[in-house]
Every structure is written in C-alpha cells, then in structure tokens.
Design a protein around this ligand. Structure first.
Ligand code: T1G
Ligand code: NAD
Length: 703
C-alpha cells in the first residue's frame, strides 16, 4: 500500500511509502485522496498531516507515467481535495521535495520541513512544465519573481531559504513525522483554520519585462538552446490573474504540450540514461561492494589535484603522493587555492573548505599509502612510468585494494600486467577539472573483475558523478569519438579554409557550450598531442590526423595557458581573439597534405561534426566497447558538452531517423569525405531494418 492512514490523538497521518524516492503514481494519488475523504468524514479528526517514509518526501511525478495518458485520479482532483479540505492539512517535508511532490505540499494549507530538507521545481530540466498547479500556487506563496526564478532555474533551495520566502511556515527537527504531528497539534490548539493557497493572491502580482529578462539573464547558461521557459513565463503570468481555475487550465494546456516536445523527450532520455548507465548488463546492482574509505592519489598535477578534491568533497580521506617536494607543494597549494576560490564564490563556507583540505595529506613516500583501499595513479602519460608506479602500489597496498589509472590513452590491460592483481586493476578516466566534470569513464580491462567494476560504479555514485563502463580500446569511448570524429573533421575543415570562428559558431548554435577550437585551446593543445602520441602507438590513423594541433604544440601555441592557440588571448582573460598568424600556418599545412580550400556550408560543418560522432558511436557499439547507445549519450552530454536537450549524439540520430543519417553520411562520403565516412555496419543494419539505436538498446535488455 503506497499510502498508510493513521490517527494520532485526533490528528490523521497520511504516510506515503513508495521507495526509492516516493515518486507519485496513481496509487499515491488515490491514497492521498482517500486520506482526505477519511479525515473529512471522521469528526474526531482535527487535522491531516501528509508525510513520507524513507529518505525523502515525494520527489515528483513518476516520470514513467508521463509518457502516456496519466491514469486517474487526476492531479488536479487530488490537489483540489487537499486544498478544499475543511480541516487544516499540513505537509511535513524532508529530503528532496521536488516537482509534483512540492506541488502536493503547496496544495496543503501549511508546510513544515526538517532543516536539512531541500525543495524545488526541476521540471524545466526535463523540458516540461509543472502540471499540478505549481506555476499557479508557487507565485501565491513566494511572490511572482521568486517563483519564476525557481521555475526557470529548476534549482532546489534549502529549508531556511524556503521559510524566508514564505514557502514554509515552520522548521522541525530531523524526524518529519513527529515534527509534522507536533506542528499540526499546535495549529489545532491555536485554532488555525484551513488556508487554501489558491486564495492567497496578494503576492502573485504582475512583474514587468525587465524583471523577467533579469530571470532569463541569470539562467543564460542553462537556457542555451531551450524553449520551455517561454511557456513557463506564460503560465506564471496567468497566476497573476485572480481567476485561479483559469490559471490552472492554462497551465494544464501548456504542461500537456511540453510533454511531447523533442526537447523534453531528449532531456527525459538523458535523465533515465544517467540512471541506466550505472547498471552492468547481466550483473546484479552493486550491493555489498568494496567501500573506499581511504584513497591514495599518485601525481598532484592537473588531474591528481582535481581527483583528490573530488574524493575529499565526498568525505574520503586522501593521501596525495608526489615525486618531489616542489611538485607536492605546488599541488597542495593549487588545492588550497581552489577551495579558497569556492569560499569566495559562496559555494562552500570556510569551515567546510578547511575540513576538505585537511582530508588531503601530502607525502613523497608512496609506501606510506599501505592502508589505502584504492589507489589512483595520475602521473605523466608514460606507459613504463605508470607500470612502475602501479607495480609499487601493488607491493604496498593490502590485498583487497583496487588499483586504478587515470590514463586517457594507454592500454589498461598492459598496465594491469605490471601487477599481481590484474582483476583489481581498472581505469578511472576523470575529465578536467576532475572535481567539477560529472563524467567518469570506467575502463574495464580484459581481466578486470565484476566486483572491481561494481566498486568503481559505487564510487562514481559516491562522488556524485555519472560512471559509464567502457571497453579498453583506442581512446576508450569519449576520446575516440572526439579524436577520430568531431575534432578531426573540425581540423580538416580548417585545412579546407574554413575559419575556426565559423566552425565554433556553427557548433555553438547547434548547442555546444563551446565550439571545438575553443575547447581545444581551453583544455591545452599539448594535452591532446600527448594523448594522440600514445594512442597512435596502439593503432595508426590515416593522415592528416590533427596536424594543425600537433604543429601548434610544436610551436608552443598551447592555447589559453600560453596566450596563443587557435585563438589569441590577453593575459588573465579567456576571451578568444582571432590571430592573424594562424591562417598562414594552416595554409602551409594544407599544402603539405595536399588539401585544397573549398566552399563548406554551415549545414555541412554541423553534419560533419555531429554525424562523425554517430558513425563512430555505432562502430563502438558493434565492437562492444560501450554497453548501450544511451551510455554514449551520457558520455557526450556529461563529459563533452553535447547539448542535453538534443539527447546526445545517438538519440539525436534517432530523432532525425537513421535512414536520413545514412543518406547524409553517404552524401558526405561522395563529396570527398574519405575513408572516415564509410558508414559503420551497425548503422547500415539498423537503418535498413527500420530500427533505431533505442531499439538496439531495448533488444539488449535496456529500458
Ligand atoms: N520518477 C520515476 N523514477 C524516479 C524519479 C521520478 N520522478 N526520480 C527518481 N527516480 C528513480 C531513479 O530513476 C532511480 O531509479 C531511483 O529513483 C533513485 O534515483 C506533475 C510533471 C530525487 C534528487 O525531476 O532529481 O513532478 O535507477 O539515482 O541521486 O508537475 O532522482 O534506482 O531504478 O537519481 O539520490 C519532477 C527527479 C518530476 C526529480 C534523488 N521531479 N529525480 O537523487 O537517486 S516531473 C524530478 C531526481 C513532475 C509535476 C511534474 C533524483 C532525486 P533506479 P537517483 P539520487
Ligand atoms: P600533469 O603533468 O599535470 O601531472 C602529472 C604529475 O605526476 C606531475 O605533478 C608529476 O610531478 C607527477 N609525477 C610524475 N611521476 C611521478 C611519480 N613517479 N610519483 C609521483 N608523482 C609523479 O599531468 P595531468 O594532466 O594531470 O595528467 C595526468 C594523467 O591524467 C595522464 O595520464 C593524463 O593522460 C591523464 N588525463 C589528463 C587529462 C587532462 O585534461 N589533463 C584528462 C584526463 C586524463
């Protein structure tokens, strides 16, 4: 039973219990409606409390229900019953009260919450509009401007702020049920009447265009390429009119429409894909896997420092190992500076920063890591150096410990052979900056055990990253698609005379936060050169293969960090400026590689960059280097800036139809695209059989 009904001294309690996050489905709605009926019908009952078991109050509508016709009872009827109940109805929140869950709470007459509770309306992150009165009741409780801010950002707020805004009436101790019952009792004893939110119109006043523009401005980054906000503004404007029922109707229409937009379908795909990628086909979900309480990180450079911070941020004790004092001091100083920066930006407070810094202990003595449960090496990208570091860690660490490499290109199998425990060796490929980027490519070697893979997935969850398991191939998944596809085509177009700024503009218009040339400059052009040098030892690639970047590395044009790359940068400023020197350099290289300048349209730029990802992604699936097409979508949306509202390269291909994709690839091949445009076998097969990548995933037990 999803909703239990109890009576405590004249106070009724409707206790929702639908693990893991009390997502609202028909049974929950029916249980709430039944609770109102019983509380109303029983004269001994003075008030009704709505609370939840488990780790959180209702975290929203069950997204699985949103795909089809939402079964009865309707949200509107259940929430109207709560709002029109003749006895005070109190919502007692804890955990994350989100979307439809917060809408249920706003339809109640009073709201209390544990101090650790967080609440918000994240629907926009799924490309949908609230559909249970949230756009009409929230402005009535917190005022139109704050409501619009919460709805457009989709970001949760903490309980203290919610009380300050008027969304909450009371903060309670950490037990929501007793806190709720106690608060209800005090309301009853004070004679508090029912207080329907729909009648609280004083704060839902119209806001002017400048205020709306201000909200959009504050959310520019997350709204790039999005449209949901337009409908949201219309719904919130309807809330400033006194006719509540009319506002609800407008919201219902806009919300229903939003469910079917390509943007929303793509965003919901990514939501579930990020949960699905944590499962390994054929392996039971990770229960009782190895816990990593103490972790050693070897190498305190760009990656080692970020990895150490990610671990410390999630409460893990870190031993940071370097080869000499100056490198260690530099690394620890970098970490302190990063935390100071977060304090100045108000992301964390000084006490938390100090706590995290203290969790990271530096040492030059690798053997002192002997009590670690996991060691992650992030030393230079050099095969023999990494093998020697892993061999020493193998000798120092306890038998149960896992050894991991942050390599971005070296064969994990070869690294594992340097140890006596290849089954406990895994690749943990973080992305720079490692304490910020959400993606973690988990590289399984041929001998890596399932236990080790499951432990790595559990670690990813603990670090609040999306862990995606990939095979031990050339550039794993993300880098292979970037180097063999997207960035290689971008470079080839430079050689064909297309200005870098035009390529970047087209890809930024497509939805990437940054175009390929700006990303290259930001990441460091030499990093790519070093990675390719190692990769090309594994497998050759037909020329020209990133000759522009490698030439720039040779000239010391390393990107932002050297003030010159594809673009020129003023010191201390990340704004890219065209650099007159780059065109002649590229011209020379084009002549050397026999590349003739030609007209390239914006559409061709977009197709070459995006379809190269799709074609190689399909090859990767056929080779078994990724379990699901949706995993590739997670890799590209959480690690390489592919727009989430386009769902990732594989979902995007499905959205335009694989037959069309094959046709467009054929056109590119015919226009001199070369061997890279041989359509991968799986893509041809799926297109010919009228199937999609999503079908391919489903055929393999995916959702
Ligand atoms: N519906 C269905 N399943 C859900 C779900 C939901 N709303 N939220 C989570 N799950 C599943 C998830 O797939 C996973 O399943 C498990 O719960 C644990 O989630 C009417 C229309 C709540 C902060 O957008 O943000 O209300 O993989 O791994 O990291 O206007 O889940 O174990 O099988 O993410 O602790 C609005 C979405 C819906 C919140 C917990 N609500 N959820 O994070 O666990 S739209 C949301 C989250 C709406 C109304 C509209 C997070 C979380 P599995 P998890 P977590
Ligand atoms: P880096 O040059 O910034 O840091 C490497 C650090 O390793 C240096 O501080 C060096 O002193 C230290 N080191 C070298 N030998 C050592 C030893 N024997 N013992 C202890 N410390 C030692 O390099 P980075 O960019 O942090 O890259 C590290 C690894 O991460 C490489 O394998 C790289 O391919 C991979 N990687 C880099 C990125 C990136 O964007 N930079 C992204 C993903 C993965």
């Amino acid at each position: 039973m999803s909703v239990a009904f109890e009576i405590h001294d004249g106070i009724a309690l409707a206790l929702v219990d639908r693990p893991p996050v009390n997502a609202i489905d028909a049974a929950v709605r029916a249980g709430l409606a039944d609770a109102v009926r019983r509380a109303t019908g029983d004269s001994t009952i003075r008030a009704l409390v709505i609370a939840c078991r488990g780790r959180t109050f209702m975290s929203g509508a069950d997204l699985a229900e949103l795909g089809g016709v939402i079964p009865p009872p309707a949200y509107a009827d259940v929430l109207a019953a709560l709002e029109n109940c003749p006895k005070p109805v109190i919502a007692a929140l804890h955990g994350t009260a989100l979307g439809g869950g917060l809408e249920v709470a706003m339809a109640c007459h009073y709201r209390c919450a544990t101090t650790s509770a967080r609440m918000g309306m994240p629907e926009i992150t799924l490309g949908i509009l609230p559909g249970a009165g949230g756009t009409q009741r929230l402005p009535r409780l917190v005022g139109t401007l704050h409501a619009l801010d919460m709805l457009v950002s989709g970001a949760p707020i903490d309980a203290t702020r919610a009380k300050g805004l008027g969304l909450l009436d009371e903060l309670t101790g950490e037990d929501p049920v007793s806190g709720g019952l106690d608060y209800a009792r005090r309301l009853v004893n004070s004679g508090a009447p029912p207080r329907p939110t729909c009648a609280l119109t004083s704060r839902a006043t119209p806001i002017d265009a400048d205020a709306i523009a201000g909200v959009l401005e504050r959310n520019t980054r997350s709204l790039k390429g999005r449209t949901t906000q337009d409908a949201l503004i219309r719904a919130v404007n309807a809330a400033t009119q006194p006719n509540f029922a009319a506002g609800l109707r407008i919201e219902a229409t806009l919300s229903a429409e939003s469910l079917h937009t390509p943007e929303s379908l793509a965003l919901r795909h990514v939501f579930f894909a990020e949960r699905e990628c944590g499962r390994v086909p054929g392996l039971a979900p990770s229960t009782g896997t190895k816990e990593f309480g103490k972790v050693a990180v070897v190498g305190a450079g760009t990656m080692g420092t970020g990895i150490a911070m990610a671990l410390a941020d999630s409460g893990i004790a870190v031993t940071l190992v370097e080869r000499d004092t100056s490198a260690l001091d530099r690394g620890l100083q970098q970490i302190r500076a990063n935390y100071d920066n977060s304090v100045q930006r108000g992301r964390i407070d000084a006490a938390t920063a100090a706590e995290r810094v203290n969790r990271i202990q530096g040492t030059l003595d690798l053997e002192s890591t002997r009590n670690a449960d996991l060691a992650i090496e992030a030393v230079f990208e050099d095969l023999e150096l990494k093998r020697s570091v892993l061999a020493r860690l193998d000798g120092a660490l306890p038998e149960h410990a896992v050894l991991a490499s942050n390599t971005s290109s070296l064969p994990l199998g070869v690294l594992a052979e340097a140890t006596r425990r290849p089954e406990s060796v895994i690749g943990l490929h973080f992305f720079s900056p490692a304490n910020v980027m959400r993606l973690l490519e988990i590289v399984r070697g041929a001998r890596t055990s399932n236990d080790t893979i499951l432990a790595a997935l559990a670690l990813a969850k603990k670090l609040r990253k999306v862990g995606v398991v990939v095979g031990d191939g050339f550039g794993f998944v993300g880098n292979r698609m970037m180097l063999d596809g997207y960035f290689r085509e971008s470079e080839l177009m430079l050689l064909q005379g297309v200005p870098p700024a035009r390529i970047d503009a087209v890809m930024e218009a497509f939805g990437f936060a940054m175009g390929p040339n700006r990303v290259n400059d930001m990441a460091g052009i030499d990093v790519g050169t070093r990675v390719r040098a190692e990769l090309l030892r594994r497998a050759a690639r037909p020329a020209p293969y990133h000759v522009v970047s490698d030439a720039m590395t040779g000239l010391g044009r390393l990107g932002q960090k050297s003030g010159r790359g594809i673009y020129r940068y003023e010191s201390g400023d990340r704004t890219p400026h065209p650099d007159a020197e780059i065109e002649p350099l590229i011209r020379q290289l084009a002549i050397r590689h026999g590349i003739v300048p030609r007209e390239v349209t914006d559409l061709e730029i977009e197709r070459r960059c995006v379809l190269s990802l799709v074609n190689i992604g399909a090859a990767i699936l056929a080779e078994g280097l990724a379990y699901r097409a949706s995993d590739i979508d997670v890799i590209w949306t959480s690690g390489y800036g592919f727009p989430r509202w386009r769902g990732g390269p594989m979902w995007y291909a499905d959205s335009i139809g694989l037959k069309n994709v094959v046709e467009q690839i054929r056109e590119l091949a015919d226009s001199g695209g070369g061997p890279w445009w041989n359509t991968s076998r799986l893509l041809l097969e799926l297109a010919a059989s009228g199937r999609s990548f999503a079908d391919w995933d489903r055929e393999r037990g995916g959702t």
